[in-house]
Design a protein around this ligand. Structure first.
Ligand SMILES: Cc1cc2nc3c(=O)[nH]c(=O)nc-3n(C[C@H](O)[C@H](O)[C@H](O)COP(=O)(O)OP(=O)(O)OC[C@H]3O[C@@H](n4cnc5c(N)ncnc54)[C@H](O)[C@@H]3O)c2cc1C
Length: 416
């Protein structure tokens, strides 16, 4: 079924009885050309582009829970391409361009909204760093502009510019950045993959990876064994555990990251705003809730809920930046499990097991990467060669020392 304004209109006239399920619910087959472990954004996008770009359709996505129940449906939905380092910058640039055509490509409204994102700076040193970053981004072909305090005051009058501890010196704006409706991204890719023949198998946990003589042969699941010529691991926060099924130890620690949503308010914040003196970022959803988050909880965990000290820390940062936020009531808070690498950059690579591929280490920036990650992982799985924009996301860089430390915080998982 093709979605269109006309379809909505005619369905409205006839009682909305003609809608069909967005994807099938097939039983797993015994044999596939490729299986993807993990039905989050990255797994679904990988399956979609394997089918669309490479013509592979005998594929299954195996999801232990329900599609979109992982981080793809738990994030704060920020989409941007303001990375600095070679390797990251061209990858996220590619991703943003894919976002810009995604709704037309998927025939699905993912509510991609290019409302802009501003990163504030609060010292001369931070200003220098942001100007350098902005120049790099512009050279990369993306957009960035430095905003003065006067420009910021005109656009964001509710920020506390003069507070004594962290006065605002200016900001770096990327107008093409913004947000997207996170679960719609999962649903759109799921529907697109299903339409191309991909089997989406929910409630199917992978419990083992079958390997013979160094070559992958398939997987064991809670719904029986499945043979596969190629296996892609797209398990985000569970990447370490899934890779361990193949006897691999990934350079990843899993940490909790929390998010918060307030009651619905009248439109007040029309861009994404990132505080420069603490980890705090905020936007307003189309339903009116203020959506915000901060740092990870700083201890390794598989619990998808966080602790109270970090709640307090995030609220303090919010109050520092925009005291008016203290009037809003937080309605919901939750956590997601982040796959943190030592350098804060991801991995899209082959593994030492032939036919087994890994897409992991997305830290807390993997939502914006969804289209390019799927695109590049599909390219890798189909051709056995890395895509040019993901060439540096190598698994062995942690052994060779070719780290991609975007934030300059050193080789420590919890600091990125
Ligand atoms: C609170 C929060 C805020 C965030 N904010 C942003 C943001 O603003 N911008 C941004 O770019 N990124 C953000 N992120 C990060 C982003 O959400 C993740 O990096 C990204 O979603 C990870 O990829 P994914 O969508 O494939 O993960 P997931 O949706 O977690 O998919 C992985 C899937 O694998 C499944 N799985 C695991 N083990 C198995 C198994 N053994 N068998 C079968 N299936 C298995 C899981 O059930 C899960 O569905 C945020 C994350 C959180 C938690």
């Amino acid at each position: 079924m093709r979605y269109s304004a006309l379809k909505i209109f005619t369905e409205g006239l006839f009682g909305n009885k003609g809608w069909t399920p967005a994807w099938r619910t097939p039983d797993p087959k015994a044999d596939y050309d490729a299986v993807i472990i993990g039905g989050g954004g990255h797994g679904l996008a990988t399956a979609y582009y394997l089918a669309k770009n490479h013509g592979l359709t005998n594929i299954a996505v195996l999801e232990k829970s329900y599609l979109g129940g992982g981080n793809v449906g738990r994030n704060t939905t920020i989409v941007r391409a303001n990375y600095f380092m070679p390797g990251n910058s061209e990858f996220y640039s590619h991703s943003l361009r894919l976002w810009e055509g995604l709704e037309a490509d998927l025939n699905y409204n993912v509510m991609h909204s290019q409302r802009g994102q501003v990163v504030l700076f609060h010292s001369d040193g931070q200003r220098d760093a942001q100007i350098r970053r902005a120049n790099a981004i512009v050279n990369q072909g993306d957009d960035a502009e430095i905003m003065s305090v006067d420009q910021l005051r005109a656009e964001f009058p509710y920020l506390d510019y003069d507070q004594t501890r962290f006065p605002i010196y200016g900001g770096m704006m990327q107008r093409r950045a913004g947000t997207a409706r996170h679960d719609a991204v999962a649903w759109g890719y799921a529907r697109g993959a299903d339409q191309r023949g991909v089997d989406l198998i929910q409630n199917c946990e992978v419990t083992g990876i079958d390997i013979e003589n160094g070559v992958v042969k398939g997987v064991q699941t809670t719904r029986g064994p499945i043979r596969a010529k190629k296996v892609g691991m797209c398990a985000a926060g569970r990447s370490g555990q899934v890779a361990a099924l193949a006897g691999l130890r990934l350079p990843i620690e899993s940490h909790v990251l929390q998010a918060f949503v307030t009651e619905g308010l009248k439109p007040v914040i029309d861009s994404v705003i990132s505080f420069g003196m603490g980890h705090f970022y905020i936007s307003q959803s189309d339903k009116g809730g203020l959506v915000f988050g901060g740092d990870i909880d700083m201890y390794a965990s598989y619990a998808a809920r966080g602790n109270l000290p970090m709640v307090e820390h995030v609220m303090e940062a919010g109050m520092t930046l925009m005291p008016m936020i203290g009037r809003a009531k937080v309605l919901r808070a939750w956590g997601g499990i982040m796959d943190m690498t030592p350098d804060g950059s991801p991995i899209i690579d082959k593994t030492p097991v032939e036919g087994l591929y890994v897409d992991a280490g997305w830290n807390y920036g993997g939502f914006k990467a969804t289209p390019a990650s799927g695109w590049c992982m599909a390219h890798l799985m189909a051709t056995n060669e890395p895509h040019e924009v993901a060439r540096r996301f190598r698994l062995d860089r942690f052994r060779t020392g070719h780290l991609m430390d975007e934030e300059g915080t050193g080789s420590q998982h919890n600091l990125h």
